[in-house]
Design a protein around this ligand. Structure first.
Ligand code: DQA
Length: 149
């Protein structure tokens, strides 16, 4: 069985480390990718790591994942709160979906409390900083290993 996982990041996350570091921390997306690749190696997962500011590109990667991947770990960023299109795309995916937010969105403005993506996500991680991505990968690997028995 495939152990391919897509790790997808939405808009503005390319600025991680520079953007509001009091909220999102000092680590860059390149740091996150490095740590996720190291963990994926330990968990015997194959990883595709992407970021885009464009909704359609994220949707295209979800479609790609449909064909090949067993899990999607996704921080949809602001699209979390607005995108029915990303929810629809995730609804076509049969594997595990983990939604990640670096900040605790529930502690923040009201408009961040609603997530379209949560309607599909099997698990939601918020407020663990960039560690949330690693927790998401751990969860996908655990569910896969349980399936294998
Ligand atoms: C975020 C939270 C969103 O509300 C925000 O629009 C982001 C990042 C997070 O990781 O905490 O861009 O998804």
């Amino acid at each position: 069985m495939s152990r391919l996982v897509y790790l997808l990041n939405g808009p503005n996350l390319n600025l991680l480390g520079k953007r509001q570091p009091h909220i999102y921390g000092h680590e860059t997306l390149a740091d996150v990718e490095r740590d996720c690749r190291a963990l994926a190696g330990e968990l015997a997962l194959e990883l595709r790591f992407h970021q885009s500011n464009r909704e359609y590109e994220l949707i295209d990667w979800i479609h790609e994942a449909r064909e090949t991947a067993v899990g999607i770990v996704m921080n949809p960023a602001a699209f979390t709160h607005t995108s029915v299109a990303i929810l629809d795309a995730l609804n076509t995916f049969e594997g595990t979906v983990i939604e990640v937010h670096i900040s605790n969105v529930h502690k923040r403005e009201e408009f961040r409390h609603h997530s379209f993506v949560s309607k599909r996500a099997d698990g939601v991680i918020a407020g663990f900083g960039t560690q949330g991505y690693l927790l998401g990968l751990h969860r996908v690997a655990k569910l896969l290993d349980e399936k294998k028995g």
